[in-house]
Design a protein around this ligand. Structure first.
Ligand SMILES: NC(=O)c1ccc[n+]([C@@H]2O[C@H](COP(=O)([O-])OP(=O)(O)OC[C@H]3O[C@@H](n4cnc5c(N)ncnc54)[C@H](OP(=O)(O)O)[C@@H]3O)[C@@H](O)[C@H]2O)c1
Length: 262
C-alpha cells in the first residue's frame, strides 16, 4: 500500500523514545522528515542519529520542556527555520502518575494539565497555520481516559480531557482540511515499564519479565504488551490519506483491554 507520505514533515512530541520514537521510525520508513521534541538532549541526539543512519530523511531533535509555553514557542521558531510546511503533528509527550485526590497538591494537577492538554493546544495553535491541506494531528491519550486506573487519577483526568480536546480540534480544524483523532493505547512495552518491573522484582525470586507477564495476563485478553512498533503501524496509517474519512474519533489499540462498547 502506498501511503503517499514521502517528503512530508512531522513534529512528534515525546519523540526521543518509547511510542513517540516508534512513530518517528515508522514515519521515517515512509520517507517522512521528522522533528523530535523532548527534554533530554542525549536521547534526542541518539534518536536523530539512528533515524538519519537508517532512513533517507531529515531528522531534527529539539530539546524542549513541553510544559513550558516559552519552550514551545522556541521549538516552533526552530521548526520554522527548517520548513515552511508541517504536515503531521503527533502530540504524544506524557507520563503516568501516582497519587490520591485527597493528597495531590494543585501543582501536580497543574503540571499534568500543562503536559497532557496545554502542550497539545499550544503546538496545535502554533503549527496549524503551517499545515498543508490534508494535514493530520494525532493526540496520544490512553485507555485510562475511559477506563481509569485507581492509582493515577490525575493521569486519567488529563487524558480524558485530551480526548475531548481532540474532538473539539477535529470539528474546528476539518474546515482547513486537517484531520484530528486521538489514539488510546493499552499496555505498550517501553523502558519505563521495564524499569518499574525491574525495581519491583529486585531481590525477589521473580524476574522483571514475570512481573510484566502478570500485568498483561491480568489486563489484556491478548496476554501480552504491544511493542512500540505495533502502535506505530497504526499511527502511520492514520497519518496517511488512506484514513481520509477518520475525523474526531478515539481509537483504542489495547489488545482487548477496554471492557466497554461505548
Ligand atoms: N507505554 C504505555 O503503556 C502507554 C499506554 C497508554 C498511553 N501512553 C502514552 O503514550 C505517550 C508516550 O508514552 P511512552 O510509554 O512512550 O513513554 P516514554 O517511553 O517514557 O517516553 C515519553 C517521551 O515523552 C518525553 N517527555 C516526557 N515529559 C516531557 C516534557 N515535560 N517535555 C517534553 N517531553 C517530555 C520523554 O522525553 P524526556 O523525558 O527526555 O523529556 C520521552 O520522549 C504518553 O503520553 C503516555 O501517557 C503510554
Amino acid at each position: 500500500m502506498d501511503l503517499n507520505l514521502n517528503g512530508k514533515y512531522a513534529v512528534i512530541t515525546g519523540g526521543s523514545k518509547g511510542i513517540g520514537f516508534g512513530v518517528a521510525e515508522g514515519l521515517a520508513a515512509e520517507g517522512v522528515n521528522v522533528f523530535l521534541i523532548a527534554r533530554g538532549k542525549e536521547r534526542l541526539d541518539e534518536a536523530v542519529a539512528k533515524l538519519t543512519k537508517n532512513y533517507d530523511v531529515e531528522a531534527y531533535g529539539i530539546s524542549t520542556d513541553v510544559t513550558k509555553a516559552e519552550d514551545i514557542a522556541a521549538a516552533v521558531a526552530e521548526i520554522k527555520q527548517q520548513t515552511e510546511v508541517v504536515d503531521i503533528l503527533i502530540n504524544n509527550a506524557g507520563t503516568g502518575s501516582n497519587e490520591t485526590i485527597m493528597e495531590a497538591e494543585d501543582e501536580k494537577w497543574n503540571y499534568y494539565w500543562e503536559l497532557h492538554v496545554m502542550a497539545a493546544i499550544r503546538f496545535s495553535r502554533s503549527l496549524v497555520p503551517l499545515m498543508s491541506k490534508g494535514g493530520v494531528i494525532l493526540n496520544t491519550a490512553s485507555i485510562c481516559a475511559k477506563q481509569p486506573l485507581g492509582y493515577e487519577p490525575i493521569y486519567n483526568t488529563t487524558k480524558a480531557a485530551l480526548v475531548m480536546l481532540s474532538k473539539g480540534m477535529a470539528e474546528e480544524f476539518i474546515d482547513k482540511d486537517i484531520r484530528v483523532n486521538s489514539i488510546n493505547p493499552g499496555l505498550v512495552l517501553t523502558e519505563d515499564w521495564i524499569n518499574t518491573a525491574t525495581e519491583l522484582t529486585e531481590g525477589t525470586d521473580r524476574t522483571y519479565q514475570d512481573y510484566l507477564d502478570e500485568i498483561a495476563a491480568e489486563n489484556a485478553p491478548i496476554n501480552r504488551f504491544a511493542t512500540p512498533e505495533e502502535l506505530a503501524n497504526f499511527y502511520v496509517f492514520m497519518c496517511s490519506d488512506k484514513a481520509s474519512y477518520s475525523v474526531g474519533s478515539s481509537y483504542y489499540v489495547d489488545g482487548g483491554w477496554l471492557k466497554t462498547i461505548v
